[in-house]
Design a binder for this molecule. Structure first.
Ligand code: TMP
Ligand code: ASP
Length: 244
């Protein structure tokens, strides 16, 4: 059953966003759709919406307690999250601790290499352009952010990384990398928005050596490894055991 909501504001690949009767609040519905490679690959995964909503809610609650400003307000039902309305900055902010994915396709760095300090990459959120990697100068050129806003976003991203790494290590999981989206609330405050889940993070089981078996995130879907929902469920099981 759906909670009562206003009109559909936006539909993305994995979520739908609805108005509520409070102009500062939105209802976010997590869908079972899984896409990869700019939606060239598409599938329905039963239970994904529920798991990602629960995992994201737990992570946002944890970050909130640590003093990280996020858009999260409440978990409403299985697949629904109440969130503060923000003007989303059209950037995907990726923080990397261990080299994997595009970093290894685009540079000679070997998959699994621990980075000496976290690397922050900005991608332009534009499906038509294929979400290209931006330089800081291009972010300025496009007028997306000022230098001080870039600094503020980088500082907040590193703060999230510090707390998330701690969160996952406590669950015997390694946070390889993750994607954040941020937005400005009506009062101008910068908030972490969107979701933080196995769709948007690379998460490896710390006690498994095998390079494929250790993957508990969307790479199982991207790379046709099977057991996608088993991976997500395992992440949720550990969070639920430690934080409920
Ligand atoms: P990448 O290695 O493909 O650049 O991905 C880095 C991280 O960002 C990884 O945890 C997956 C996440 N990500 C998204 O959440 N959405 C996307 O569209 C992409 C390309 C990556
Ligand atoms: N979410 C992106 C897409 O739909 C890409 C990805 O996560 O790999 O295509």
């Amino acid at each position: 059953m759906e909670p009562s909501h206003g009109s559909l504001l936006y539909e993305g690949k994995a979520k739908r966003v609805f108005e509520t009767n409070n102009p500062d609040e939105l209802l976010v519905h997590f869908k079972n759709d899984a896409t990869a490679f700019n939606a060239k690959k598409h599938s329905q995964l039963d239970g994904k919406g529920m798991l990602n909503c629960k995992i994201s809610s737990s992570i946002f609650r944890y970050l909130g307690k640590e003093g990280v400003p996020t858009h999260f307000l409440d978990e409403i039902q299985d697949c629904w999250m109440l969130a503060r309305k923000v003007e989303v900055i059209p950037l995907e902010i990726v923080v990397r601790n261990i080299a994997s994915g595009s970093l290894c396709r685009e540079t000679p760095i070997v998959d699994g290499t621990e980075l000496s300090s976290p690397l922050i990459d900005f991608y332009y959120k534009d499906d038509r352009l294929g979400d290209p990697l931006l330089t800081e100068k291009r972010v300025l050129l496009l007028g997306l952010l000022s230098s001080s806003q870039i600094l503020e976003i980088e500082t907040l991203s590193l703060m999230v990384n510090t707390f998330l790494k701690k969160f996952f290590i406590g669950l015997d999981l390694l946070l390889v990398d993750f994607k954040l989206e941020m937005g400005l609330a009506r009062n101008g405050k910068l908030l972490v928005a969107d979701e933080i889940s196995p769709d948007t993070c690379r998460i490896w089981d710390r006690n498994i050596e095998d390079k494929q078996d250790r993957i508990l995130d969307k790479d199982r879907f991207r790379n046709d490894l099977g057991g996608v929902m088993e991976g997500y469920s395992e992440v949720f099981r550990r969070i639920n055991e430690a934080y409920s």
